[in-house]
Design a protein around this ligand. Structure first.
Ligand code: HEC
Ligand code: HEC
Length: 214
């Protein structure tokens, strides 16, 4: 009886979590549908200008430090230093990308929607802290390489132009990593513009047919 109750409780909480997740996804879909601009409504020139601004965001340490290679070593750009170096304390994300094999990232980077603390406190987010999947490698790549990769469904999680907007809105609805890059708390630099500017630029770039620098 007891185990049945536990099973029921577990199923119910899993269903709750799933419902919340599905709702966040639906909301993000609705929001992203409003962000999308009609294909062809933006010139290639304006699309390339938008890409220049997107590139400044995706190569910024607040984004690229997590989008690292299969070695699984996160990057650090400590406050007051302008050079990026490997994460201190011998942190290794492992194949799990969440540090399951050694120390879980969430030991220090807690899952919380509370604002970040000033540097050098570990950053936090509303979703569990982890490295981006290996295919989404940005760190050390040129802007032109990242551009090609961002529009390649095999290397961006199967997302078309609208799918990328949906990812931004979905992440924001969970208080995830992307909008928080503009609120890292004092001591840390932020990517240029705002999160909403970034969404607009991704929409402009998409409507122009995702042009990349040659
Ligand atoms: C804490 C680590 C972390 C940070 C910081 C981070 N990301 Fe990511 N990123 C991830 C993870 C994990 C995924 C995979 C999520 C998924 O596919 O659902 C991801 C996936 C993505 C994707 C979709 C896949 C792709 O490459 O096309 C985009 C776009 C993206 N991130 C943009 C950004 C931007 C822009 C920033 C900075 C403003 C940023 N990320 C900062 C961890 C991070
Ligand atoms: C022992 C505590 C600790 C653990 C465990 C830890 N981190 Fe960190 N991490 C920190 C601290 C502290 C900072 C902030 C350093 C600073 O900015 O001065 C940080 C910063 C980062 C940054 C830089 C973020 C930015 O915006 O530049 C990334 C990326 C990162 N950690 C990823 C990870 C990943 C991935 C894991 C798990 C594999 C992990 N960390 C595990 C303490 C930790």
């Amino acid at each position: 009886m007891k185990s049945l109750l536990i099973a029921v409780a577990l199923t119910t909480s899993a269903a709750f979590a799933l419902t919340a997740f599905v709702e966040a996804k639906d909301e993000a879909k609705v929001q992203a549908a409003k962000d999308v601009l009609p294909p062809g409504s933006v010139s290639a020139k304006a699309g390339l200008d938008a890409w220049t601004r997107i590139e400044a965001v995706v190569t910024h340490p607040r984004c690229a430090n997590c989008h690292v290679d299969a070695a699984g070593i996160p990057m650090w750009t400590p406050a007051g230093e302008n050079r990026t170096r490997v994460h201190g304390m011998n942190i290794h994300a492992g194949e799990s990308r969440i540090g399951a094999e050694t120390i879980a990232c969430s030991t220090c980077h807690v899952t919380s929607t509370a604002p970040n603390e000033p540097a050098p406190a570990p950053l936090r987010a509303g979703i569990d802290w982890q490295l981006a999947p290996v295919e989404f490698l940005w760190f050390g790549k040129t802007g032109a390489e990242i551009c090609e990769q961002l529009k390649d469904a095999k290397r961006n999680g199967g997302r078309d132009a609208a799918g990328l907007l949906e990812h931004l809105r979905h992440d924001a609805s969970l208080n995830g990593f992307i909008p928080r890059a503009w609120n890292p708390e004092s001591g840390r630099s932020t990517p240029p513009g705002t999160f909403e500017d970034h969404v607009k630029d991704v929409a402009l770039w998409g409507a122009a047919g995702q042009p990349c620098p040659q």
